[in-house]
Ligand binder design. Structure first.
Ligand code: ZN
Length: 187
């Protein structure tokens, strides 16, 4: 029932009346909460519920690294990013397919009210690794943020026009956290 579900830190995975907290899970007020990003596993015998990490923390990623990834989901306060390449220079491929997290407070220096105005699924972002264990990323900084984005309606690449992105077909405008390297092909 609860098994095989993909969860992120803070997600409810079960209740303490039914299960014991296993690895990657902690109890808070009778609730069992995921402490890592991963897949929920239920051991029916021991009634233990745990979260098997999928971030895998590729050995090559370290705090301070600059990484490139694709936004796969945007929730209220976090965006999930699938990592593909790592900076600098070598363009090493990330060995494990890591799913990293950008918290709303790490998007830009200024206060962000609506994360959906800054990042969208399928956006390619350049970000810095804040924490290599939990794969927390930051896009604070002029060179960090969205480097490629598609119009959700037309599926064509948006063009940068100052601080906004514009669809060349339908002319729709998007604000977003744009990297100053947007559209330059510089990773
Ligand atoms: Zn469009």
């Amino acid at each position: 029932m609860n098994g095989n579900k993909f969860v992120i830190p803070g997600d409810l995975v079960g209740i303490a009346e039914e299960f014991l907290a296993g690895e990657g899970v902690y109890e808070e007020g009778g609730k069992l909460i995921a402490s890592v990003t991963g897949i929920v596993e239920v051991d029916e015998k021991s009634r233990r519920i745990s979260v098997k990490p999928v971030t895998g923390v590729p050995a090559v990623i370290r705090k301070g690294d600059c990484v490139v990834g694709r936004v796969i989901d945007v929730r209220e306060s976090i965006a999930l990013v699938e990592l593909s390449k790592i900076k600098p220079n070598e363009k090493r491929e990330v060995s494990n397919s890591g799913v990293a997290i950008i918290h709303i407070s790490n998007v830009r220096r200024e206060y962000v009210k609506d994360l959906n105005e800054e990042l969208s699924p399928l956006d390619i972002v350049k970000a810095r690794v804040l924490d290599e264990k939990t794969l927390q990323l930051s896009t604070v900084g002029r060179k960090l943020g969205v480097i490629k984005s598609l119009c959700p309606d037309c599926r064509v690449t948006l063009r940068r026009n100052g601080n906004t992105l514009e669809c060349p077909r339908c002319k729709r405008k998007f604000k977003k956290k744009i990297s100053e390297d947007y559209g330059t092909g510089i990773l």
